[in-house]
Ligand binder design. Structure first.
Ligand code: FAD
Length: 387
């Protein structure tokens, strides 16, 4: 059973009419277990881009978005539960859904009605028929996003973009890339379509984990973008990026919980099978300590993540909670996945048992969309401002 009782309990706690969500989540869980999980090891080993066709049919990407844009209009905690299960099966698949959700929410919040209709609905970003990428980071600056150098000069009804992006997830597969650049009014964001002249995806960068997704640079040279594809207001891009990152951080926390849950469940089973000194290793207290810590920390991270999603549904500012959820869940996932390798002993270190994939995938989560250092600074800053 992929939709576990801990998830069901939280959904039950949040919604008196939880049955309708439980049914849907069970079906997504079965799909993740039967259709996504069997390919996850291959996706990682061979660096294969996951197939999103079936996922699109199950409507996972559309869960939290309004029906008028072909979304399902369901609460964020339901989306988080679905993402958690996807990540438990295959973190590559879940990360693309997370990036997609972040871009869609940006267009929903800040785009005008034409942009929402065209990109979210007609171009299929909400459902996942069209794929999205988010391009903020540059060789000069990741954490220090205000200092990016890509610029956009307005000439008549066209912006002309020049610059270079790096470490961008999947721009080669994406139909729409949200690109951040500086105009004379400040940081702004632009909706760029695949194949726009002057927009060139450069080398794919091999990496530690998440190997099914491309990670590329983008060379932007005299790339002409119609003024109507400026997202929202000129000069407001930094605020937009921050708000999108709140969603990104909350969904990355869900990924962390799902990845850790996968490593934990494997560890439980292995500890009951593996014998040493005439006993199952699960009988040793030092192994039990690890299992107990894993279960407790995963549940703590899960609660923080669903709580953040609940606040998002209620229209609250989630800047601090999203940062806390990602900070805690990502560091938790690293501890849990490291303990899983330890419980597997030497077999945790080799490819065959597919254990170290979880640690390698989790390693990204303390870096992307705000490093742990940046998030600690942000959480403290918000708390200090409020006192
Ligand atoms: C797999 C992967 C996928 C990614 N996908 C995307 C994507 O789709 N789109 C995108 O735009 N970017 C993406 N990124 C980039 C990612 O967001 C950045 O790597 C991240 O924001 C950190 O930036 P940086 O690498 O430039 O590190 P830096 O900002 O150079 O930081 C280096 C170190 O210094 C620390 N540091 C920096 N400033 C401070 C400070 N004020 N106080 C304390 N410590 C500090 C950092 O925490 C870090 O430990 C991706 C990265 C990876 C690895």
């Amino acid at each position: 059973m992929f939709y576990i009782k801990e998830q069901r309990n939280i959904i039950g706690m949040l919604f008196p009419d939880a049955d309708k969500y439980n049914q849907m989540l069970e079906s997504i869980g079965n799909f993740a277990e039967k259709e996504i999980l069997p390919d996850a090891k291959k996706v990682d080993h061979e660096g294969i881009f996951p197939d999103f066709k079936e996922l699109v049919k199950h409507g996972v990407m559309a869960i939290p978005f309004p029906e008028e844009y072909n979304g399902s209009g369901l609460p964020y905690p339901v989306y988080i539960a679905a993402l958690e299960m996807l990540a438990k099966a295959c973190a590559n698949t879940a990360l693309q859904v997370s990036v997609q959700g972040m871009v869609c929410e940006g267009i929903r919040l800040f785009g005008n009605e034409r942009q929402r209709k065209e990109f979210l609905k007609e171009r299929g970003l909400v459902g996942g028929r069209g794929l999205a990428a988010y391009a903020l980071t540059e060789p000069c600056c990741g954490s220090d996003a205000r200092s990016i150098k890509t610029n956009a000069r307005l000439s008549g009804d066209t912006y002309i973009l020049n610059g270079y992006k790096i470490l961008i997830t999947n721009p080669g597969e994406a139909d729409i890339i949200l690109v951040f650049a500086n105009t004379d009014k400040g940081l702004s964001s632009f909706i760029v379509e695949r194949g726009t002249p002057g927009f060139e995806i450069t080398r794919n960068m091999p990496k530690l984990g998440l190997r099914g997704l491309g990670l590329s640079g983008i060379r932007i040279k005299d790339c002409r973008i119609a003024r109507e594809n400026l997202l929202g207001e000129d000069g407001e891009g930094f605020e937009y990026a921050k708000q999108m990152l709140n969603i990104g951080r909350m969904t990355l926390a869900a990924l962390a919980v799902g990845i850790a849950q996968a490593a934990y469940e494997k560890s439980l089973m292995y500890s009951k099978e593996r014998k040493a000194f005439g006993n199952n290793i699960s009988s040793f207290q030092l192994i039990q300590e690890k299992l107990a810590n894993m279960a407790t920390e995963i549940n703590a991270a899960r609660l923080l993540t669903y709580y953040t999603a609940h606040l998002k549904d209620k229209g609250k500012d989630i800047a601090s909670e999203a940062a806390q959820a990602k900070l805690f869940a990502s560091e938790m996932a690293l501890r849990v996945c490291d303990d899983a390798i330890q419980i597997y002993g030497g077999y945790g270190y080799i490819d065959e048992r597919d254990i170290h994939r979880h640690w390698r995938d989790a390693r990204f989560l303390t870096i992307g969309e705000g490093t742990s250092e940046i998030l600690r600074g942000l959480i403290a800053h918000i708390s200090l401002r409020q006192t």
